[in-house]
Design a protein around this ligand. Structure first.
Ligand SMILES: [Zn+2]
Length: 65
């Protein structure tokens, strides 16, 4: 078994942080996971609640034509 974060061999038995080698790697993984979770909807949704000039520009172009 290896730590998915630092790729070090991990002792599974009696290891409270398994499958990670230490609490630090566990926190790093959790952080990555949370970051990815927050990033995914932001990248996929692409500004449903954000006002950008792109939308206005598009509207103007359509109106002009
Ligand atoms: Zn590790």
């Amino acid at each position: 078994m290896r730590c998915p974060i630092c790729k070090q061999p991990v002792t599974y038995e009696g290891n409270p942080f398994r499958p990670f080698c230490s609490e630090r790697c566990k926190l790093i993984d959790l952080d990555n996971w949370l970051e990815g979770r927050y990033c995914v909807p932001d990248a996929a949704g692409e500004k449903p609640s954000r006002r950008e000039p792109t939308g206005e520009d598009n509207d103007e172009t359509g109106h002009d034509r």
